[in-house]
Design a protein around this ligand. Structure first.
Ligand SMILES: [Zn+2]
Length: 232
């Protein structure tokens, strides 16, 4: 199991609406994404935290292109990790910083030591992904996730909770839809957990005990997952 995180208290979310060579954000799309994706996803996490007796407040800090700044990835932001490994550095440079560390230092100063997470959002379809703590990462690695707007066509797709799913990864939650052995167990133990399946409507999802344990809402390893082939 990866390092457990603590999703509690004030958490600042640096949300960057980024364009690339083949996609761009309009004011209307951004407004839609904020109200139909970010707000319900943050409400979901805050509500689930209360069920475990904790408070978590996710405070978005938005960055989007304006007359002075163009937040644009150089090239096409495809699904290949190697082409987007520098995403946060590119964001920092667009905003006038030397690199991501300088940007991070400025954000940390502004948010006065509270936790900060970074999310870069592209206005195109595709898989969302979180880059988290790992022993293989370089020292200056900054956890962040990349999300995709699945509402570009104005049509609801089955990804309403993907933003919350990625946030939970940044705090230590695991995927349960793979490998097959874990998926089978999860389907029995926590069928509606957001790390197993993202339902059409986020209110149909839950944060079950094991996920709650991973993100610091429960101190003890949940009983029903013991003596199974669950993550060891
Ligand atoms: Zn995932």
């Amino acid at each position: 199991m990866k390092k457990r995180g603590i999703l509690k208290g004030l958490i600042y979310m640096v949300v960057v609406f980024m364009d690339d060579d083949e996609s761009s954000w309009t004011t209307k799309d951004i407004k839609y994404y904020k109200t139909d994706q970010i707000t319900p996803n943050c409400n979901f996490i805050e509500h689930q935290a209360r069920k475990y007796g904790h408070t978590a407040y996710l405070i978005p800090k938005y960055f989007q292109s304006n007359e002075k700044v163009q937040l644009k990835y150089k090239g096409i932001f495809d699904s290949n990790y190697s082409s987007r490994v520098d995403a946060l550095d590119q964001v920092a440079k667009c905003l006038g910083y030397k690199n991501k560390n300088e940007f991070n230092a400025s954000i940390e100063q502004e948010t006065k030591g509270n936790q900060v997470i970074y999310m870069i959002i592209l206005n195109k379809d595709g898989h969302s992904v979180a880059y988290c703590d790992s022993i293989n990462r370089k020292k200056d690695f900054i956890q962040h996730c990349i999300c995709r707007n699945c509402y570009g066509s104005g049509r609801r797709k089955d990804h309403e909770g993907s933003f919350a799913h990625e946030i939970l990864h940044l705090f230590g939650a695991e995927d349960y839809y793979k490998p097959p052995k874990i998926k089978e167990l999860a389907t029995k133990l926590c069928p509606n957990d957001i790390m197993l399946k993202i339902h059409d409507y986020i209110d149909m999802n839950t944060i079950d005990k094991y996920t709650a344990y991973c993100i610091g809402w429960l101190d003890d390893y949940p009983e029903q997952y013991k003596n199974t082939d669950w993550f060891k």
